[in-house]
Design a protein around this ligand. Structure first.
Ligand SMILES: C[S@@+](CC[C@H](N)C(=O)[O-])C[C@H]1O[C@@H](n2cnc3c(N)ncnc32)[C@H](O)[C@@H]1O
Length: 339
């Protein structure tokens, strides 16, 4: 198993961001199908609609490939507003990963947006943007991707105008997790059995060393950069539990927000085996970031990817061609207002 110190590369500014990879950024559009659904819930909980009074100045932090801004522009029905009032709607999309920002900019070339957000590189914990400046701030599946999410909440509070609204989403469970765990367990134990007979191939040797999947909680810890959850206490001396709605709400209040609301929303995805695999493929790469050099050999030449692809194919065949059902997506949607 990789040591806890082979941390997620997204977590310090000196290291290359996990997200800052062109292939990952272009594939992220698949994941966006789901985060986009939650973005709609988030914006609605923030009260964004065609009747939202202008001016609107919306900052989307950790914007990824821009799904939140896209939905916000659509919910506000900016396209139907008179041309004279269009400059009353301003969007800024900020992310720390240049590859994500490039993917967003190239999106403007292939899609028609009634307003193009200004795209900027900024750290959600410390943006360098002026205070009291935005009416709406979103950070969808963002805070927990950086160490000290509380800093992100405080920065959002600083940036909001009085009366402004902010909203965040965070996973409490991911739909792909049970299948990825089962796939890796099956692949590992099958290869280990083959190796034990002495007739195993070189590939079996590598596959037998696929690390155990971390618990979802540990993965969240790794995403946040809190590598050892047992020692990384927060300001109150508590264990951070960003995957808990109760904990998240407490931190939002602590950052100064009022009228804090939380909803935990379940969603189910029905996927073909191929689509399920396409979503899982980049996740295998992400997991590999925490594995040792020896363990990562299994990713070379797409060996593990191929096995996982076969695993999903078999799963669908054994289930008489029925869809793969991922019914454990669960995210919390938290919103708050600056007084
Ligand atoms: C799970 S994606 C969410 C993207 C998008 N908001 C969505 O809902 O689909 C997380 C994003 O956080 C960005 N990110 C990670 N650390 C960051 C930081 N410190 N400041 C700003 N963005 C960051 C990543 O580059 C990535 O685009």
């Amino acid at each position: 198993m990789a040591s806890a110190t082979s941390a997620c590369p997204s977590n310090t500014d000196s290291k290359k961001l996990l997200w800052d990879d062109e292939t990952f950024a272009s594939r992220y559009r698949t994941a966006e199908g789901l985060t986009g659904d939650y973005a709609l819930d988030l914006l609605k909980q923030m009260g964004v609609s065609a009747t939202t009074p202008a001016p609107v100045k919306h900052l989307d932090l950790a914007c990824g490939t821009g799904v939140v801004a896209k939905h916000a522009i659509s919910l506000l029905e900016v396209a139907n507003k008179p041309a004279s009032s269009k400059d009353q709607y301003n969007f800024t999309a900020a992310d720390l990963a240049p590859a994500m920002l490039d993917a967003l900019r190239s999106r403007f070339e292939s899609e028609s947006w009634s307003i193009r957000p200004e795209v900027i590189k900024a750290d959600m914990r410390d943006t360098n943007l002026p205070a009291d400046n935005f009416t709406h701030i979103t950070c969808s599946f963002g805070p927990c991707n950086a160490p000290n999410p509380l800093a992100t909440l405080r920065e959002s509070y600083r940036l909001l105008t009085s009366g402004g609204v902010a909203g965040w989403t965070a996973w409490t469970a991911c739909g792909w997790y049970p299948d990825v765990m089962a796939a890796l367990d099956d692949i590992r134990s099958h290869a280990a059995k083959a190796s034990a007979t002495g007739k195993g191939t070189e590939d079996d040797e590598k596959l037998a060393k696929v690390p155990q999947m971390q618990s979802f909680r540990t993965m969240i810890g790794r995403f946040t950069g809190i590598e050892d959850l047992s020692v990384a206490k927060d300001e109150d001396g508590e264990m951070p539990k960003w995957e808990s709605d109760e904990y998240f709400v407490k931190q939002v209040r602590k950052a100064g927000f009022v009228d804090v609301q939380v909803n935990v929303v379940n969603k189910t995805l029905f996927l073909s085996g191929e689509d399920a695999y396409e979503i899982v493929k980049p996740i295998l790469g992400i997991l590999g970031n925490w594995w040792s050099q020896e363990e990562r050999k299994v990713l070379e030449g797409g060996l593990l990817e191929k096995k996982v692809q076969e695993w999903f194919k078999k799963k669908v065949e054994e289930n008489e061609g029925k869809k793969v059902v991922w019914d454990t997506w669960k995210a919390m949607i938290v919103t708050g207002r600056k007084e």
